[in-house]
Design a protein around this ligand. Structure first.
Ligand code: NBP
Length: 473
């Protein structure tokens, strides 16, 4: 009998199944299109104890009870379809694990539905792409804690390991795991956009060639910015296109696609009222990149400075600007998770989250240790920028950060994530901002009332009458 099963053998499910089998865990495998399962078993069957099942019935029968079934199919309706097909075949307390990129709202709904049916549901985020799934991903499981206890050993064994600790920890009830994975992906969007802006400035502001920029990213990867994304940026920049002999980046179309997790993160930030500017700008930047035909036309129509001529001394300032903006993107992402924890009643352990992102996942970075340390020092930290380490890091970087943004604006190089991060920083550190004026305007046209700094209560000025102020409660 198999200890666990995986249904859905596209790239992620196949690699996760191989990862599990390679750790000596007997595993059953299934795919809607049976031929894919048969091909999989022929190719990788020697890597472990696989039981291939052509039907869902055979798959379920091959599993020890309580059954543990990982569903790794396309997010959305296919997950519901697989759940519907599985439910009549399962027994009380069996566990369905949705390890795809499901929206946390769907996960909450599915968990409630399956609980009513006497089944248990774990919605788990899995990060690290195909390579991570095979060699050790970062795993973010949510659902009933007792159910997690039944998969913990397998999950922690297959997860990436950093300093002897698995990059897997129980996140919280119902949709918490998928929520945290969603924000992880949002941070990934911001991180990628910031790196792209740095590249753009180096390339078209400073005027460096691609091999030189590759070298700069290699160098940055040995300092505070050390991370998977900086590392692969250097690798991508170092790749030459065989057909043309040009750097591969120069023949790749400049339209970034998206599968939706960044957009979900931004949408939820709007719902929660969290100022998630960095991630949201990154989503919008991808949307703008998609307008390729319009951009092509506008490039010959709209006026602006021609980029170029920035001094090479700006290179290190760009590194500092990237670091400071990245701190802001993480601060905002963590702020959003804290707001979600309050709203959805999850006991999220912020330091633990940073810890399980240190390995396996796309945003793995040296920097994450600092986040874990900051939360260890102050578990109720309201914002990462208020941690002494990050306060000092941003203070050190801020002159360079401002200089880079000023130069970018002068040169006409769009740096939406750099500049929105700085705007957030400047807004956050203001004791008194300009929203008093907005309240005055709202009271003028809609009698929405305002509060005063010197008295309790709500007030309204009779703007279009005698101009006197009245207290409304
Ligand atoms: P895909 O997202 O491309 O999904 C393909 C799989 O879904 C195949 O096994 C396919 O079966 C199955 N499937 C579909 Br489509 N509709 C189905 C249905 N109605 N009933 C049953 N099975 C159905 O696979 P993936 O790229 O491996 O990703 C799997 C999950 O992991 C997704 O949620 C994805 O967002 C997430 N994820 C992906 C990555 C990554 O790097 N790719 C990283 C992290 C998370 P078939 O063979 O019969 O068509």
């Amino acid at each position: 009998m198999s200890q666990i099963g995986v249904t859905g053998l596209a790239v992620m499910g196949a690699n996760l199944a191989r990862n599990i089998a390679r750790r000596g865990v007997p595993i059953a495998v299934h795919n809607r299109t049976a031929a894919k399962m048969n091909d999989f078993v022929s190719e990788f069957g020697s890597e472990g104890d696989f039981t291939g099942a052509e039907s869902l019935e055979d798959f379920v029968q091959a599993l020890d009870r309580p059954r543990r079934i990982i569903v790794m199919v396309k997010a959305g309706a296919p997950v519901d379809g697989v759940i519907e097909d599985l439910v009549p075949l399962l027994d009380k307390d069996d566990i369905i694990i949705d390890a795809g990129n499901s929206h946390y709202v769907d996960t909450r709904r599915r968990e409630q539905y399956l609980t009513e049916k006497g089944l248990r549901f774990i919605g788990t985020g899995v990060s690290g792409g195909e390579e991570g799934a095979l060699n050790g991903p970062s795993i973010m499981p949510g659902g009933p804690r007792a159910a997690y206890g039944e998969v913990e050993e397998i999950f922690t064994t297959i997860a990436a390991q950093v300093d002897g600790e698995p990059c897997c920890a129980y996140i919280g009830a119902d949709g918490a795991g998928h929520y945290v994975k969603m924000v992880h992906n949002g941070i990934e969007y911001a991180d990628m956009q910031l790196i792209a802006e740095a590249y753009d400035l180096l390339r078209f502001g400073v005027g460096l060639d691609v091999p030189t920029i590759k070298g700069i990213f290699d160098e940055w990867n040995s300092g505070d910015l050390e991370s998977f994304l900086i590392e692969i940026t250097a690798t991508v920049l170092g790749k030459t296109d065989e057909a043309t002999g040009k750097p591969l980046v120069d023949v790749i179309v400049d339209q970034a696609e998206q599968k939706g997790t960044g957009r979900w993160t931004a949408q939820d930030a709007l719902e929660l009222g969290v100022p998630l500017t960095g991630i949201t700008e990154a989503v919008f930047a991808r949307s703008l990149s998609a307008l390729r035909d319009q951009r092509r036309e506008a490039s010959g129509f709209l006026a602006g400075p021609k980029p170029g001529g920035l001094n090479e001394s700006l290179v290190d300032d760009i590194r500092k600007a990237l670091y400071a903006s990245k701190v802001v993107a993480y601060a905002q992402g963590f702020e959003q998770m804290a707001a979600a924890a309050r709203t959805y009643d999850w006991d999220l352990q912020m330091g633990e989250l940073a810890k399980i992102w240190r390995g396996g996942c796309i945003i793995r970075a040296r920097f994450l240790n600092r986040i874990t340390e900051s939360y260890a020092e102050k578990p109720d930290l309201v914002n990462l920028l208020m941690a002494p380490y990050f306060r000092d890091a941003v203070a050190d970087a801020q002159d360079a950060w401002r200089k880079v943004i000023i130069s970018a604006v002068e040169q006409g190089v769009a740096v939406p994530a750099f500049s929105s991060s700085l705007a957030y920083y400047d807004g956050y550190r203001r004791e008194r901002g300009p929203a008093n004026l907005i309240q005055g305007q709202r009271d003028f046209f809609g009698a929405h009332t305002y509060r005063r700094v010197d008295k309790e209560g709500s007030f309204h000025t009779r703007w279009s009458q005698d101009g006197t102020e009245v207290q409304s409660d």
